[in-house]
Design a protein around this ligand. Structure first.
Ligand code: HEC
Length: 196
């Protein structure tokens, strides 16, 4: 009686080789652009490799069971639908046609832009609107919406320290920004005071 064994590598279990996410660039309040170099697999052609994108708002907290988005055969993508003024930690992993995914933890970080409507206007409503709206004597300052604010000439785009919206925010005891609000206002101005 004789027996023989053949031990072979099952190449379908070998995941692609991938250098991970190369860059993450903020595009706007809700979007980030990602780019990477193509992964290489022993069986799956590059146009059939899937890239899974994992997001976290704390470093190292990605849930690798749940990709935010996936794309096949690309070396770039734009993430949309993100939250404004949020720091994202992003990892991309490559997966071959057999479902074998490599496990890099190379992270890139990107902070979405601060949004006027989401992050700034609510603070102005709380802190300033009672004395600086479209009604009554508003002392030449109207924070009720973006156009009225910009027409009040208290915002110098890209220059918070020259903007009265920032520097005069504390002129009245009931109108004080807390430190989070102050940095939100300043960031929004320094990013260009966009109607975003
Ligand atoms: C309780 C009322 C009140 C609140 C709240 C208030 N202000 Fe005023 N604000 C005034 C009055 C009164 C004046 C005019 C007299 C003065 O300059 O102090 C004024 C004037 C200003 C001016 C014009 C200053 C100048 O020299 O022309 C700016 C800018 C301003 N406020 C910004 C703000 C901002 C930003 C907020 C919110 C963080 C705010 N204010 C909250 C009452 C208020």
């Amino acid at each position: 009686m004789s027996s023989s064994f053949v031990v072979a590598m099952d190449s379908s279990l070998t995941p692609p080789e991938f250098s991970g996410l190369a860059s993450a660039t903020t595009l706007g309040t809700n979007s980030i652009y990602l780019a990477w170099d193509s992964a290489v697999d022993d069986e799956t052609p590059s146009e059939a490799i899937t890239y899974n994108v994992y997001l976290a708002t704390q470093e190292g907290e990605q849930n690798y069971d749940l990709p935010y988005e996936s794309i096949v055969g690309s070396v770039e993508m734009t993430l949309a639908g993100l939250d404004s003024r949020t720091n994202y930690f992003i990892v991309v992993r490559a997966q071959d046609e057999d479902g074998s995914e490599e496990s890099n933890t190379i992270g890139q970080q990107a902070l979405t832009l601060t949004s006027y409507s989401v992050n700034v206007q609510p603070t102005l409503n709380n802190r300033c609107f009672s004395c600086h709206s479209s009604f009554g004597n508003n002392y030449g300052v109207d924070v009720s919406n973006y156009n009225n604010l910009m027409n009040s000439n208290i915002v110098v785009p890209f220059d918070a320290s020259s903007s009265e919206l920032s520097t005069k925010g504390n002129h009245h005891s009931s109108g004080w920004y807390n430190s989070t609000e102050q940095s939100t206002i300043d960031t929004w101005i320094n990013e260009g005071a966009l109607e975003n």
